[in-house]
Design a protein. Sequence first.
Length: 462
Amino acid sequence: MPTSATHAPAQHYDLVLRGRALIDGAFAAAEVGVRDGRIAEIAAAGTGLDADQVVELAADEVLLPGLVDTHVHVNEPGRTEWEGFESATRAAAAGGVTTIVDMPLNSIPPTVSVAALDEKRAVAEGRVFVDVGFWGGVIPGNIAELAPLHDEGVYGFKCFLLPSGVEEFPDVSVVEMREAMEVLAGLDSLLVVHAEDAHIIEESVQPGSREYAPFLASRPRSAEDAAIAEVIQGAADTGVRAHILHLSNGDSLGRIAAARAAGVDLTVETCPHYLTLAAEDIPEGSTAFKCCPPIREEGNRDELWRGLAEGTIDYIVSDHSPSTPEMKFAGDGDFSLAWGGIASLQLGLSLVWTHARQRGFSLEQIVSLMAEKPAARVGLVDKGRIVEGGAADFAIFAPDETFIVDAKRLSHRHPITPYDGQELTGIVRTTYLAGAPVENDAPRGRLLRRGTADHIENGETA
């Protein structure tokens, strides 16, 4: 842990936090000095750093870096009634997430052109409670927009290999994906893929039902594995940096590990719902549990945890994909008719930690998977770690405190979550953004551009 080399003259900071802090992958008693929104000094406990404000952590609290969630559907503009920047970023802050990267759908327009990106940024400006970056999208016919979007600072590009669920963001063929890969490889950009094979899905259609099993059968593991194989082959052939979104299928872990061993630049994420829920436990008609790819069986869940332990799965993000109650409960519990998406942005750390500690994972490991590693992959170079010179984004976390999830008390726009009523362990007590506590009536978040994490839309740095 860095210590102060000299204090002559003594340094004065805006804020000093004292307590057990996660630094260099381990917890240590420390003092963290903050100036102008950045971590200016990390010193050993007892150094006595001086500041305008000194915060002493309680005995049951630890200081974590702010989490980084690179898979969030904010849905604004165009579908603000589904979520929106204000409610989404409030929820993020309440869960210790200080940076999100917004997906290019389900907003209208989708982020598939510079004009659409400009529109989204204009709507978000001054209304976000955490820092927000943006993904671009790859759809049929927008290949000429990829370089301009890259130049405008998106963190990479998303495509679907099967229908996305919204008509304004159509899926691409494997040929079209590979064309985009060629362009993005030349830009050194990142392609993130919803990997399910459209043909296998078309052949697996099941009749509508309030039972979960037919829906699960309609999204077979083979569809995910086949699409992942196409992504791997395309990345191997083009050299593009590639990423598999929301892995639900433990069967694909061997294929992914082999691709990495062969030198393919490939990363993989999974989500809290795949790690904490199981198909066998989903009640009839409970469409709050519907997502795509689907929540699979308990044995598959164990395989995903193994993938995390072995490093085949790189990190954990929410895939927060909310909708209105009318859409989420459409069809009176018919899984074929309800919107597929899980709302969990505020609960991610508590969800994962509750289950991870039972499986022998340390809090240090989980924070790395939810902060440092996603930040590193997308190029948020000063996020996700407590390090001198880094962003002063923190979560004060009580890892042993329990609580009962009450959907009505979440900051998400709609009180819908499959975790309603569950007891979880670990609670975020305070979230700091750029060295100051996040307050529900003061949106201080910044709009980020790729390259420098604090590079905001007007070209200034915080």
